[in-house]
Design a protein around this ligand. Structure first.
Ligand SMILES: C[S@@+](CC[C@H](N)C(=O)[O-])C[C@H]1O[C@@H](n2cnc3c(N)ncnc32)[C@H](O)[C@@H]1O
Length: 205
């Protein structure tokens, strides 16, 4: 997607996101944060944090920084942090994931949920997320990736040209993620709804 399309699309999504796409995808999001609480180091960067649906679930000993390009989505996340008094959230910043404003090796953990099929230049975003991870750090992702066959694969291919309206690419190739230099896949499994989401953990080598 182009950055302008991201801005426009998520300005429209922000008021209804938590009750629509956010609700349908919560299971994978919860699993990702549970994994981070159990297995990953304390300094967490959540890239494309959106309305902050996952923020309340991070354990109190985590130090979470969230970034997102959309001011409207971030406004929702900030309101949530204030409302729920989430002391594990250190900062929420407006930022383009293609140019993360952090030095190399700043974080133990990067969380990237339902975002890699949204961002412009996803290969560049993958390289940026790898760059800010410390060696041995974990990138924990959830996303929908393209199916190779079946009715759903046909639906995905049909809706692919509407990415700028939908707000994501419906036929995103997982190879863009798994082929990132310097990252190795340590876990990959399907998640609801209907196994349509993939839970993926990559380690910085
Ligand atoms: C489908 S939402 C996912 C939000 C959140 N991660 C979640 O699980 O609910 C995709 C998010 O990606 C953000 N986004 C898209 N392009 C971006 C970019 N270049 N930099 C930062 N955030 C971006 C959008 O603003 C939106 O909040």
């Amino acid at each position: 997607m182009e950055l302008d399309a991201v801005r426009n699309s998520y300005a429209r999504w922000a008021p209804v996101y938590d009750r629509t796409f956010g609700a349908v995808t919560n299971s994978a999001r919860k699993d990702a944060v549970a994994y981070i609480n159990r297995e990953a180091g304390p300094d967490v960067l959540e890239v494309a944090v959106g309305t902050g649906l996952a923020l309340s679930w991070y354990a109190p000993d985590k130090r979470v920084t969230g970034v997102d390009y959309s001011d409207e989505m971030l406004e929702k996340a900030r309101a949530r942090v204030d409302r729920e008094g989430l002391s594990q959230v250190r900062a929420l910043r407006q930022m383009d994931a293609r140019e993360l404003e952090f030095p190399d090796a700043s974080f133990d953990t990067v969380a990237a949920m339902h975002m890699i099929s949204v961002v412009p230049e996803p290969e560049r975003v993958m390289r940026e997320m790898a760059r800010v991870l410390r060696p041995g750090g974990l990138l924990v992702m959830t996303n929908h990736f393209a199916r190779e066959k079946g009715i759903l694969a046909r639906v995905e291919r049909f809706s692919a040209p509407f990415a700028n309206v939908l707000g994501w690419h419906s036929d995103f190739d997982i190879g863009v993620v798994t082929g990132t230099p310097g990252l190795e896949v340590v876990e990959r499994s399907p998640r609801p709804p209907l196994g349509m989401m993939t839970f993926l953990v990559l380690r910085k080598v």
